[in-house]
Design a protein around this ligand. Structure first.
Ligand code: IPD
Ligand code: CA
Ligand code: CA
Length: 272
């Protein structure tokens, strides 16, 4: 059997995500208007939220993917774990940035990566609020709503805008706060928008110059990292284990080495 084309796999994910995004916005608007309620509970800590819409999104994606491709594997943040037999695996973060979704902030996304024999060949990150869908295929470039994107040409770290994020684990947060104290005075500014996948896509399209974060999972990272590297950004990972890098660093190429040196100074790399 011939290997599926990454572009076809990405097109399938885009079709499903396009059905899901408006429903997320509608459900959130109904909650704000008092005409609907989104149930919420917690996971790893009291600050790690999961809503009914996270679960609905994951279930809808799994149903749609398996209807089209019944032999594929799936890994989803909210518990989907299907081995599959086709060599294709989908990696899903149904809502990346659930805290933002809960508080009615923008910056959340639906993130879907597709891997063939363990290599990420396609990625889709959809921002329902801005109505922007970022896509990439391995070797095929990166796009926002179908228009090619590139990372910034920034080559001076001291005037670079960095995005980062904070883990739910208090010990990791303490390390992240310590490192931030060294990083912040040496860059233009820091943004913590609240969804790693969108933040990394900001690097892909030049709205930020870099993103770094400790403790991300493959579902946060896989789709967005491919989109960023296909847009020309450089990516490095330090420590951790398969599917869970210790520290992820994604930036415009002109500042990558200097950012890694700064993260060394900040103790963020030595932690791994
Ligand atoms: C989280 C977001 C956040 C990042 C955390 C992630 P979730 O994912 O991406 O920005 O800082 O590390 O766990 O829980 O909203 O899917
Ligand atoms: Ca996530
Ligand atoms: Ca999530």
């Amino acid at each position: 059997m011939s290997s599926p084309q990454p572009a076809d796999l990405v097109a399938l994910a885009v079709e499903l995500v396009n059905q899901i995004s408006p429903r997320l916005v509608e459900a959130r608007a109904a909650q704000t208007a008092g005409t609907g309620t989104i149930g919420v509970s917690t996971k790893s800590t009291d600050n790690d939220l999961v809503t009914e819409m996270d679960e609905w999104t994951e279930n809808t994606l799994v149903e749609g993917l398996l209807a089209a491709r019944p032999d594929d594997g799936i890994l989803g943040e909210e518990g989907s774990s299907i081995a599959g037999t086709s060599g294709v695996r989908w990696v899903i973060d149904p809502i990346d940035g659930t805290t933002n979704y809960f508080y009615d902030l923008c910056g959340y996304s639906v993130s879907v990566a597709v891997q063939v024999d363990g290599i990420t060949v396609g990625g889709v990150v959809a921002d329902p609020v801005r109505d922007e869908t970022f896509t990439a295929t391995l070797g095929g470039g990166a796009f926002r709503n179908g228009v090619a994107i590139t990372s910034s040409s920034k080559d001076d770290l001291s005037t670079a805008l960095l995005a980062t994020g904070f883990n739910y684990n208090a010990d990791i947060r303490q390390r992240q706060a310590n490192a931030l104290a060294t990083v912040l005075p040496r860059v233009r500014d820091i943004r913590r928008m609240g969804g790693a996948a969108i933040d990394i896509c900001l690097v892909a399209c030049g709205r930020a110059d870099a993103h770094y974060e400790e403790g991300l999972s493959i579902w946060d990272l896989a789709a967005a990292a491919l989109i960023a590297t296909e847009a020309g950004a450089q990516s490095s990972e330090f420590g951790g284990e398969p599917d869970k890098p210790g520290l992820s660093v994604i930036s415009s190429p002109g500042i990558h080495d200097d950012l890694i040196a700064l993260l060394h100074d900040a103790g963020a790399i030595e932690a791994h």
